[in-house]
Each structure stands twice: as C-alpha cells, then as structure tokens.
Design a protein around this ligand. Structure first.
Ligand SMILES: [Ca+2]
Ligand SMILES: [Ca+2]
Length: 507
C-alpha cells in the first residue's frame, strides 16, 4: 500500500521534474478551441472533418446522440516535431444509464478513414487512446480508458474491448460529468504518459495519472485525429478543445536556435493568426447583435445553477483541503523518518563527539556533547525509536483513512450523479456508505487520539526528539473538515434525488 502511495506521489513529481527543462511551444496548426472554433464557412482551420461530425463555434460534435453514427476530425498536415503533449477537453453526454460506443484520440502516420474502431479504420500505425463507454465483453469494466499502440498489423478486438491489446489504461467514468473531462497525452523521449481529469471539479490541478509506458515507438511524423461512433445506444461526443504543444529538449533547442529566423517567423505568423480570429469574432458580433445579447445573457445564472455551482465549489474546496492534508501528512512522515535516521546515527555512534548533527529541515540540531555524556541511555533511545515508529505508522494509517474517505465521497458523488435504474434502491446504498464513513471517522478519531498520546509521551525538551509542532494538524480542524464534507454530501445527494424524482415525472 505504501509503495503505491509513494508511486502516486512520485510519478507526477518525476514528470514535473523531467518537464522542467523541456521547451514547450504551442502548435496552433494542430490545435483548435472555441470561441469561433469553426469559421463562417463552417470549416475548422487546419483540420478536416467528415462523416456525422458537425463543427460549431464552441465545439466539434464528433457524433450526435443518434444511433449508428460515425464522425472524424483529422489534422490536414503531418507533424514536423518528434515529441508532443496534447490537452484534449471533451464531453460525453447521454440520457441513458449506459452509452455507446465511445470516443478515440489518434496519432497515426496517416489520417484515418471511416472504419470499425470508434469511427476510424482498423490496423492503424501509431497510437489510439480509446474512451470506451460500452462494455462489450460484459466484464463490468466500462467506461474504460486505454491506450493501444499498433504497428499496422493488429486487428482491434472489439468483443473483448481490446483487453489484452492495451498498452495501459484505467477504469474511469467519463460520461455525464458536471465539468468537461480532460485528457493530457504526453509523448516525450519514447515515454507515453496519459493523465485524466475526471471533470468533477473545475480545478486545473486535478489531473491523475492513468497510464505510463516506456520504450514506445510512434511514427516520427503523423496526424492527430479524434473520432467517435455510436451503436444501438448513443451519446453526444463533443470535443471542446484540442491543444498541441511540441516538446523539445535543451539539446534540440540548441540545434534549433541556429535557425532563429524561423522561430521569429513562426511567432509573427501566430500573432497574425490570433489577430485574424479576434477580428472575425468582432465582425460577427457587429453583424449579429442577437449573438452579442445572447453572450451577455449567459453571464447570468438561474437559482438552480447557482446552487449547483456553490455545491461544487464547496466540494472543490474540500478536495483542495484534503490534498493539502495529504501533503502535510507526507511532510510529517518524511520528517519523522529523518529524525529516526538521526537517532539511529546517535545510537550507532556515527556522530563525532563535539561535531553535532547538521540541522535537517525543521529539526533543531542535537547538542554536540550528546555522545560521550550520560544524557541518553540505550533503553531511552530504544523507547524513543519505538515511539517514533508508532507515530510514523499511525500517521500512515491516518493517511490511508483520509484517502478511503475521499474515495467513498467520490463514489457517493458518482452514485448520486449517475442515473439510477428502477431496480436499485438508492437509499440503502447511501445508508451503508454513510455507516462505513462513520466507522472510518471513528477509527480516524481514535488513531488521532493515540497519535496524540504518543506525542505527549515523548520527553519534552529532548531537542530532536519532539514532533515538528508547526506542521501537526489539529484534531478539531480535521474532524471539522470531515463533518462539513458529510453534511455537504448528504445535502447534495438529497438535492439530487429530489431533482431526479422531479425529472422522472416528465418521462
Ligand atoms: Ca467497448
Ligand atoms: Ca469491458
């Protein structure tokens, strides 16, 4: 469990660290976004769309929610950069509890043609990332997100949702989310990473890693594309934003900077393109005063919209606080481990007499005359060590419980936001989950109490042996957050139930 935790925290850090020296350039000729995504002639600049796809000012509807539809949009030109990152914002919405078939992101050596794999052709050469809504193999593992690299020979195994063919993937429900769902796909130095933002909040930081694979060989130049398909069941598949950044290492940049002129030309071209888009927008508003009024009207919201927005803001705040709690827990664990290391050093006599221990982080230095004097005896050091170990393990337990509660609250939210089948009693599930949460809370409370006792048992004034005070979270604050969250959750799910009951009257 701890390993997974470390991995979860380390991976984004590693990616972040590796991204520090990477030069990113927005590639507007491979991107689109609103407003005025489609121009007056309904074309999307630098892209071609076909099939049932429709482009509007704000989004590209790859398929409407009608049966047996297929739509595609592909870049006109192949890429002229080797490594890239794509931010891809979309919505999959439908009235059914289950949707179909799904949406696909592509990077292939040639633009695809209409076919059986989420609207595009099979046996592609390159990468496909599938947002698969429909559970063809009935393993109850959809909606599923997966990446699949193909060298042009493999035939996609539709009947088993490509289960054995995937390069990696994760189980995420991306349908009917309050905010658009986002995917970030990064291909840099043959490492493919996929991050998903669940669309439960509007916070840019809420990306989670979905898959990571090394030694991936993709075509050095290719076309980006998005396709979708519906079957007997249907969803709207809308892409709101597709932003490509090219990634270059410092070495690549050194080579490129020889060609400064080209860089300047690109910047000028991009500025001109932005001016053109802005002017087109202004012209349109001048010619269509109705649209301008409509735009102003959208600034106002109804009471219901406001309530919903406030609930989500509250939830985002709670999620933010839990995230910072996680960070503090990690910090505490880190500090305790460093302290343990220091004490071990003292125990094994690694510190030279009179040398002192170098101060690490917020831990005050241990007096230089510790070793050699009779201030600390062996059994005291052992007792201290045991205490510290207990604290570390209790802190880990608390972290796990916080995580569990966070997951449960997410499940609750997902359950209350997913349309319910008539055979499933909602109240029972909710009751059981609340009961579990209550038990979880009691255990957290008990553990916090025992952690407190441990801290008090440690002899005061012992220098390095005390807990770093500034970073300990107070029990009442912690319990306060949890209680606030539970109240908000109950309120929200009651609100949702009543909305659903109202909505059902119309069907
Ligand atoms: Ca499927
Ligand atoms: Ca499946």
């Amino acid at each position: 469990m701890d390993g997974i935790w470390c991995l979860l925290f380390l991976l984004p850090l590693l990616t972040w660290a590796s991204a520090q020296n990477v030069h990113r350039r927005m590639e507007y000729k491979y991107s689109f976004k609103g407003p005025y995504l489609a121009q007056k002639d309904n074309q999307v600049p630098f892209w071609t769309y076909t099939g049932n796809a429709i482009a509007s000012e704000e989004s590209v509807r790859i398929t409407p929610s009608l049966r047996s539809q297929k739509g595609q949009i592909w870049t006109k030109n192949p890429t002229n950069f080797e490594w890239w990152e794509v931010e891809f914002v979309f919505r999959v919405t439908g009235r059914g509890r289950i949707g179909a078939d799904g949406l696909a992101f592509w990077f292939t050596n040639a633009a695809g043609v209409e076919g059986p794999v989420f609207g595009s052709n099979d046996q592609w050469n390159g990468l496909g990332v599938f947002f698969d809504s429909f559970d063809n193999d009935n393993k109850r593992n959809n909606p599923y997100i997966m990446g699949m690299v193909n060298d042009g020979t493999q035939v996609y195994d539709h009947e088993h949702d490509g289960l054995t063919q995937q390069t990696g993937g994760c189980l995420r429900d991306f349908r009917n989310k309050p905010f658009p769902v986002r995917a970030k796909i990064e291909y840099y130095k043959n490492i493919l990473t996929l991050f998903i933002h669940s669309g439960m909040t509007n916070n840019d930081k809420d990306y989670e890693i979905c898959m990571r694979a090394e030694n991936i060989q993709l075509p050095s130049a290719g076309h980006f594309g998005v396709t979708a398909a519906t079957g007997g069941l249907a969803d709207d598949h809308d892409v709101l934003k597709f932003i490509v950044h090219s990634l270059r290492s410092p070495e690549d940049m050194a080579q490129l900077s020889v060609n400064q002129e080209e860089e300047e030309k690109f910047k000028k071209e991009f500025d001109q393109y932005q001016d053109k888009t802005k002017k087109a927008r202004e012209d349109y508003l001048a010619q269509n005063p109705d649209a301008a009024r409509q735009e102003q009207k959208e600034e106002y919201e109804t009471g219901e919209e406001r309530e919903l927005r406030q609930i989500f803001q509250g939830q985002s705040l709670i999620a933010e606080n839990i995230r910072s709690l996680h960070q503090k827990m990690d910090e505490i664990v880190g500090r305790q481990e460093r302290t343990l290391g220091l004490i071990n050093n003292i125990g094994s006599g690694a510190v030279a007499p009179g040398g002192g221990v170098p101060p690490v982080g917020g831990v005050p230095p241990v007096g230089g005359n510790v070793v050699g004097s009779d201030n600390i005896r062996r059994h005291e050091v052992d007792a201290l060590l045991n205490n510290q170990r207990d604290i570390v393990s209790t802190a880990r337990d608390i972290k796990n419980f916080v995580n569990e509660i966070h997951q449960k609250s997410n499940q609750l939210l997902t359950k209350s936001s997913a349309p319910q089948g008539s055979a499933q009693p909602v109240g029972y599930d909710l009751h059981v989950t609340l009961k579990e949460m209550q038990e979880g809370l009691n255990i957290v409370k008990r553990d916090l109490g025992s952690a407190n006792q441990h801290l008090q048992r440690i002899p005061a004034g012992g220098g390095a042996q005390g807990c770093p005070q500034a970073n300990c979270v107070s029990t009442s604050m912690f319990i306060g957050f949890i209680v606030l969250q539970v109240v908000l959750l109950i309120g929200y799910s009651m609100y949702r139930d009543s909305k659903e009951a109202q909505a059902k009257k119309f069907y």
